[in-house]
Design a protein. Structure first.
Length: 361
């Protein structure tokens, strides 16, 4: 049986990410396949780091090509993460491939805890990751990451980010005393956010996670209009009052043409630290239903456990302090789904073309 490209592509539709079960069919294009006798050569660019699941994906590809009639499969695995398209009128920051806003409609839903664990999970997969603490009034990341001190300035104009657990971070919390409030009006808050983003000497990052303040006020609007984000993640809890506010936050990003990368339901269930009994204290599946109703991706749910709170408060978030726990596995699962979702976005091509300057004759 002679090998046919269409048959191979059809078989490759079955390839999935082993951790999430998400289809990787979009990763295979006709131009990336080459037939040489009874051998198939596959160029594969996932657009994210699959970590220990790389071998599983390669085996699935080999099996699919074998079913299509190939005697041998050679996979040219192309590593890396690309920069993706941002909202109209803005260009990606040169050193940051993908800026992702993690937001919520209201406070107290665990958005900062979710942000830091997602960043750490992405970093553990092999990506280079930073966190921007955009909550000017109530910065949390210095405490959660267990890092302190003021950012160094080598030129008197810019700041060097601090580093903790393999991720880079900057926060207003590093620039003011721990007990001092940030007393600023709206325009000053927006300016402070832009300075933290643009005056920080971020190294080359695959992802910058922006831990947003709650609500749809000045900072959220400034970020949506002036910061080149590839999309936003909405964190909520299952209870109706949180969902109502999360919906507003989601709609705000949609109105300013920022894609919704997914919804995460935090505190989805309480796990008793003594007996392991699981109980949905705040309701059940509210976030999933909201995602389905509004036709946006569902990234997953996270438990409410004493350990997560204790680990985060101690400056050693769950993903690094208890990597074998069910909560850490949930964070890694959601981080992988987020990375796959980002990888499927349109690639930014603005840097591929020269600027065209028209001069009068």
């Amino acid at each position: 049986m002679s090998l046919q490209i269409n048959t191979i592509l059809s078989e490759l539709q079955s390839v999935q990410d082993p951790l999430t079960g998400m289809s990787l069919a979009k990763k295979f294009r006709e131009r990336d396949l080459e037939i040489k006798g009874d051998t198939v050569e596959v160029k594969l660019f996932l657009g994210y780091y699959p970590a220990e699941d790389k071998g599983n994906i390669e085996q699935q590809i080999t099996n699919a090509c074998t079913r299509a009639g190939a005697a041998q499969t050679r996979i040219n695995y192309l590593d890396g993460i690309k920069s993706h398209v941002v909202q109209g009128g803005l260009k990606p920051i040169a050193s940051i491939k993908n800026i992702i806003a993690v937001a919520s409609g209201k406070g107290g839903v665990g958005k900062s805890t979710t942000s830091v664990n997602l960043a750490l999970a992405l970093s553990q997969s092999g990506a280079k990751v930073g966190i921007l603490d955009a909550d000017i009034y109530g910065p949390s990341q210095p405490l959660m990451l267990g890092v302190s001190g003021k950012p160094e300035s080598r030129d008197g104009k810019s700041m060097e980010p601090l580093e903790a657990h393999g991720v880079y971070v900057n926060s207003i919390g590093f620039l003011i005393d721990g007990d001092s409030p940030a007393i600023m009006r709206g325009p000053m808050v927006a300016q402070a956010l832009e300075q933290l983003l643009r005056q920080t000497n971020w190294p080359d990052l695959d992802y910058l996670i922006v831990d947003m303040p709650p609500g749809t006020g000045d900072i959220a609007l400034t970020l949506a209009q002036k910061v080149p984000v590839v999309g936003a993640v909405i964190v909520t809890t299952p209870q109706d009052i949180a969902l109502a506010d999360a919906r507003k936050g989601l709609r705000m990003f949609q109105k300013v043409n920022v894609p919704i990368l997914g919804v995460i339901e935090n505190m989805s269930m309480h796990v008793c630290s003594n007996c392991g009994h699981v109980e949905p204290l705040f309701g059940h599946d509210g976030g999933r239903k909201m995602a389905q109703e509004l036709e946006v991706p569902w990234l997953g749910s996270l438990p409410l456990t004493l350990a997560v709170r204790e680990q985060t408060d101690s400056g050693k978030p769950t993903v690094v302090s208890d990597p074998g726990s069910e909560a850490a596995r949930s964070y890694r699962h959601i981080a992988r789904k987020l990375a796959v979702t980002v990888s499927d976005l349109a690639v930014d091509m603005s840097g591929k073309f020269p600027s065209v300057v028209v001069k009068p004759l």
